[in-house]
Design a protein around this ligand. Structure first.
Ligand SMILES: [Fe+2]
Ligand SMILES: [Fe+2]
Length: 179
């Protein structure tokens, strides 16, 4: 009987996950489980951003940094919204949102603080760009849309920081880092 034929088992989830870098026409191949893991990385970065902006917005002193300190306070609130959105997507996928932030660097030097923030935003933008493609490759178009909205705000954060540092985003980020 045809039905008794041995079926080739599909690849176990873990080895699929390991193949996440396999790209075909630009779409990363990954499992939903792997997407949950990556979204939890994003969530850890959002927690990191909340902590950094809460602290940095209060410790930046001096007339030259008044405007950016106010902007960092706004960033903190936006990062909290992002964290909530990302946690909601993880829950929707059946995952457990992480409770751990990525480590936050601290400095007493204003310019160094802004450079830390910018480096984190660059990393965040790079990751969300990838996440949009990954969500779409899994047919999660609504999720991709939510992440696009976050991405647009992260790009504004990049611009705010680069401007405060007296640079264009183009001058302080490599081409890859830019959106
Ligand atoms: Fe964010
Ligand atoms: Fe941000």
């Amino acid at each position: 009987m045809a039905d008794t034929k041995v079926r080739i088992p599909s690849m176990p989830v873990e080895s699929k996950a390991r193949n996440k870098d396999t790209m075909t026409d630009g779409a990363p191949k990954l499992s939903r489980q792997e997407l949950v893991r990556l979204l939890n990385e994003d969530l850890s970065r959002e927690y990191q951003a909340i902590i950094a902006y809460v602290v940095y917005s209060q410790v930046l002193k001096g007339a030259a940094y008044m405007k950016i300190a106010t902007e960092l306070e706004r960033h903190a609130k936006e990062e909290l919204e992002h964290a909530l959105t990302v946690a909601r997507q993880i829950d929707y996928l059946g995952g457990q949102p992480t409770v751990t932030p990525k480590p936050v660097k601290s400095s007493e030097d204003a310019e160094e603080i802004l450079h830390f923030d910018l480096a984190n935003e660059n990393e965040t933008v790079r990751n969300y760009q990838e996440r949009v493609r990954q969500c779409e490759s899994l047919g999660e178009y609504g999720m991709a849309e939510r992440i696009r909205e976050i991405l647009a705000q992260e790009q504004e954060h990049q611009i705010d920081l680069a401007t405060a540092l007296g640079n264009d985003v183009a001058e302080v980020t490599s081409q890859e880092e830019r959106a």
